[in-house]
Design a protein around this ligand. Structure first.
Ligand code: SAM
Length: 312
């Protein structure tokens, strides 16, 4: 179980470190040495009081505690220039930019807003975060016709509405299984016109269980902070990576937040097999993080861009 419906209509997302088992009437959760048994309602949902209690005990969240639910924090955290990505889109999408585009997992609009406000492109955005979609919409002039949807990328579909689409900064790896990735490519294939293009950015590694860690400093609420992203664990059975994200207030020497994020691991051979027969996309080219053409093989390591062409 990754998430469960709450009887007020919200969703309780389990902390990725929590092990779970459920019957039609109850849910058993194990976190380290602690185990809890929760009764479910008749329709299989979780009572709001139980969801709140589980959240307090650290078994998961109803959303508000997630970094991606805080667009102001994301803006401070990912404050690097969007120009290189925008220039890359100009090169790769060319005349398709005259049509409507889609930012897949647009977050706080780091890329979408400069596309629209600086380059004058017409770009819609989708993201699962309600607060981020509201934030992005509030920054767009009401007259410009760009639409922001709260939607999950694996299901969103608006037939033949887009000439091009892009997914920056590894948004795709938040799809937690190969079937979610297949669902995404299928529904986006329906949304993009034949001849249209999709550029997505993805971290590749041949050895998903090997530890990694990267840190950078940023300013937040007028004080220096540090963000660290590291591997918490890799689950061979589900082929999922659990990443740990820590944000510290450097001046006050306090931890502001620690979050565990569930991500899919897509081995390159399996990924490439997706673009064979029956897929609405053809893989046209791959590029490295410096936007230079680079082929990917089983040993590929680092961030790559995949350029897909929508076949008819
Ligand atoms: C690393 S952020 C990248 C944001 C943006 N693409 C950028 O380059 O700044 C990943 C974003 O993907 C969104 N996301 C993750 N899983 C999603 C899903 N299944 N459907 C829609 N959005 C999702 C998150 O809410 C978050 O805003």
């Amino acid at each position: 179980v990754e998430s469960i419906l709450v009887n007020d209509g919200s969703v309780f997302e389990l902390d990725p470190r929590v092990r779970s088992a459920h019957t039609p009437t109850c849910l058993v959760l194990r976190q380290g040495e602690r185990t809890v048994l929760i009764s479910l309602l008749r329709d299989g949902s979780l009572h709001l009081d139980n969801a709140k209690e589980l959240e307090n005990q650290g078994y998961g969240t109803m959303g508000a505690r997630k970094i991606f639910e805080h667009p102001e924090l994301m803006e401070a955290l990912f404050n690097w220039s969007p120009e290189p990505e925008l220039n890359f889109f100009e090169e790769q999408f060319g005349s398709l930019l005259k049509g409507r585009g889609l930012d897949v997992g647009c977050g706080n609009g780091r890329i979408l807003l400069p596309c629209v406000l600086q380059r004058g492109w017409c770009v819609d955005g989708i993201d699962e975060s309600l607060s981020s979609t509201r934030w992005v919409q509030s920054k767009l002039p009401s007259s410009n016709g760009c639409r922001i949807f709260r939607a999950r990328v694996e299901y969103f579909c608006s037939p033949n509405s887009y000439s091009y689409a892009f997914a920056c900064m590894n948004s795709i790896r938040y799809l937690t299984s190969m079937h979610q990735l297949r669902a995404h490519l299928g529904s986006l294939g329906n949304s993009v016109i034949p001849g249209g293009a999709y550029l997505f950015h993805l971290d590749l590694r041949p050895d998903p269980a090997t530890p990694y860690r990267s840190s950078w400093d940023f300013a937040w609420e007028g004080r220096p902070h540090r963000a660290t992203w590291l591997l918490h664990s890799f689950d061979h059975l589900s082929s999922q990576i659990i990443e740990e994200v820590v944000i510290e207030d450097v001046e006050r020497q306090v931890e502001v937040t620690r979050e565990y994020q569930r991500q899919g691991y897509f081995p390159i051979a399996t990924l490439l097999s997706l673009f064979r027969d029956g897929c609405p996309w053809k893989l046209e080219a791959t590029f490295d993080d410096r936007f230079e053409r680079a082929s990917v093989d089983r040993e590929a390591r680092g961030n790559f861009w995949f350029l897909l062409r929508r076949v008819s």
